[in-house]
Design a protein around this ligand. Sequence first.
Ligand code: NAD
Length: 431
Amino acid sequence: MKISVIGCGYVGLVSGVCFADSGHTVTCIDNDNKKIQLLKDNQVPIYEPGLDELLLKNIKGNNLHFELNINENIKDSEIVLITVGTPTDENGEADLTFVRQCANEIAEFISPNTLVIVKSTVPVGTCDEIEGIINEKCAHSEFSVISNPEFLREGNAIYDFMNPDRIVIGIKDQNHKKRIIDLYTNISNEDKILFTSRRSSELIKYASNSMLAMRIIFINEIADLCEKIGADVTDIAKGIGLDKRIGPHFLEPGPGFGGSCFPKDARALIESGKKFDAPQTLLESVILGNENRKKNISKKILDKLDGQYENQIGILGVTFKAETDDMREAPSLIIIPDLQDNGMNVSVYDPEGEEEASKLIENVNWKQTAYEAAEDVDCLVILTDWKEFKDLDLIKLKDKMKRPLIYDFRNIFDPDKMAELGFEYFSLGRG
Ligand code: NAD
């Protein structure tokens, strides 16, 4: 099939590259000139493991192209995917400016029989709205708007896209099912495609992310309790996760959730609840719990330090999670300024995050290795669990530090081993 993907971000670029790799001919379009120029030069503007190789392979295979403008470039496409951002607006709702812009531009150029697939995360009713926008401007009415939310995880995006747990398709005209099955034919079996109404499909995405966010806050609060009563959150997670009704995933404590999805999608669902008079009170607590979590992290660190004599802190990892350069709503954006406001000098190392993070975090000393970030510090703080942190030479690390104090907010090391090595080691919910 000939496909156009509008928006070359974490979702659009991965979708475009993966669809190309699965045998379609794909044109990826973005109105960010810098991004398109980089892509035309075979460079990937984001960090996502494995994306550069797959991109190059498909550019060479001549089935992946990049363009700046929607216009004529979508004329021959049977399928046009909308994958632009839907950030939080000032009221907490999803800002649909980019999605509406796309719908307006698409309307003028789509050929008869085009399927417009909305992959961006959008509130219930948005596909109806997009259909209205296109209807008004399009010279013909032979198009269909389909909801197909994306569930990939940054850092694992290619694997997730190519091996989905499910593909959710919200469809109005059942006659288009066959083309959707064809679109995903080399990616997934038909039995993994869940056809629903458009509104259900739109809500599945929000409900899914909100459920995951809820589990994170839940286990964080259980970890806090474990610290007070001397229980171990790892055992608790295992003990509850073995129950098939609960399952083992998303039961790891951390410094609070961030990223481009959980916070914004939970907020948007709360706002939808208000709009339709179906309050989402549980989620309101989740957002509050997450905000408090981020604020309490720096307090935990500062409580261990004498601010007058010990004010050098090293931070390992600043992106919202490992294996990505995405800084959107990263806990570090709250924690680092808070530490600085309390008189701390902060050194930072992140394997891929420096470029993005240095636009958002000021007055820190950027380091090129974890060992450099540990040099002469009074405390080393682990905020993300990059694989290379798990593989650190701990004796070498300890030798660099002024005080061998580690605050590990991802529980990547074994407390007994750390004690044996002579660290003062604090982690989450492990007594
Ligand atoms: P992003 O900000 O990384 O990328 C969006 C891209 O769209 C940008 O490159 C931007 O320049 C481009 N764009 C905006 N308006 C445009 C227009 N009119 N024409 C052409 N290009 C335009 O966003 P993202 O993280 O890829 O997220 C996209 C959507 O997918 C969001 O709704 C998000 O909630 C959802 N989503 C994201 C993830 C994730 O992990 N990032 C996962 C699942 C779903």
